[in-house]
Write a protein that binds this ligand. Structure first.
Ligand code: NAG
Ligand code: NAG
Ligand code: NAG
Ligand code: CU
Length: 263
């Protein structure tokens, strides 16, 4: 009995010293539900995760296992893709409908189960069927393992900034029309920052996205382009900012430590 306990302790220590990246398990519930949303003086039902647009941010540390239970409460088949996550031996958790899985049918659910290995930074998740990703998307923030610092000075504040597009029409109608005609889909009616389109004269809106800042503090923006069909350019009027890291498909493609970008 004693020997057994000792051996168990040794095994625990072994793992502790030699596998410091062994992470914890993060559990998320994604309920796919319809939600009435008003923008540009008009209201339409949109498909969302947990009634949020953009959807919830998924936080994890490098080495963590992520379990996302997706429950489909809408009339569409759905699947969720974890954009840029390297699915090592978990291809069935990748998400593209009809490629790595059958879509989750109305009333059904599916648990995505994957481990984040050798990656950190800002990625995003989105629906991977039809055009549902127009409103079914959100950030993935992967922090370094416990005790591992950022490769730059720790910012005072972090903020996810998701750039998106908004159509007054139902987005499924927009893509269906394009598929039928063979022409390009209609251009969106507005751009959004974290779901906000900004003040429109004569419309009841929630205004634009606002981030209050304090002079002298550093702010790290985790900027995501979740637009379906457009390249977007980002500036902060009247300010300079430093580009820390650019990530494409989860790969870090460039780091500038001192370049300042004009606004
Ligand atoms: C939904 O997905 C199932 C397979 O999971 C498929 O058989 C069915 O045709 C799909 N429904 C629609 C409307 O595409
Ligand atoms: C997730 O995957 C791991 C590794 O394959 C497995 O051990 C674990 O039981 C899975 N968890 C769930 C809830 O499916
Ligand atoms: C696409 O744009 C055309 C031209 O403005 C308009 O007639 C049509 O209704 C639009 N389609 C959808 C699905 O909104
Ligand atoms: Cu993607």
């Amino acid at each position: 009995m004693e020997a057994c306990r000792f051996r168990a302790l040794m095994v625990v220590c072994f793992f502790f010293f030699f596998f410091p990246l062994e992470g914890s398990v993060r559990r998320y519930n994604f309920n796919v539900v319809m939600k009435q949303a008003s923008r540009l003086c008009s209201t339409k039902p949109i498909v969302t995760v947990n009634g949020q647009f953009p959807g919830p941010t998924l936080y994890a540390r490098e080495g963590d296992t992520v379990l996302v239970r997706v429950v489909n409460h809408v009339k569409y088949n759905i699947s969720i893709h974890w954009h840029g996550i390297r699915q090592l031996r978990t291809g069935w958790a990748d998400g593209p409908a009809y490629i790595t899985q059958c879509p989750i049918q109305p009333g059904q659910n599916y648990v995505y189960n994957f481990t984040i290995t050798g990656q950190r930074g800002t990625l995003f998740w989105h629906a991977h069927i039809l055009w549902l990703r127009a409103t079914v998307h959100g950030a993935i923030v992967i922090l370094p393992s416990v005790g591992v610092p950022y490769p730059f000075l720790e910012p005072d504040v972090e903020q996810v900034v998701i750039l998106g597009e908004w159509w007054k029409s139902d987005t499924e109608a927009v893509i269906n029309e394009a598929l039928k005609s063979g022409l390009a889909p209609n251009v969106s009616d507005a751009h959004t920052i974290n779901g906000h389109i900004g003040p429109i004269p004569g419309c009841q809106t929630q205004g634009g996205f606002q981030l209050s800042v304090e002079n002298g503090k550093s702010y790290m923006l985790r900027i995501i382009n979740a637009a379906l069909n457009e390249e977007l350019f980002f500036k902060i009027a009247g300010h300079l900012f430093t580009v820390l890291i650019i990530q494409v498909f989860g790969l870090c493609i460039a780091i500038w430590k001192s370049t300042q970008v004009g606004g």
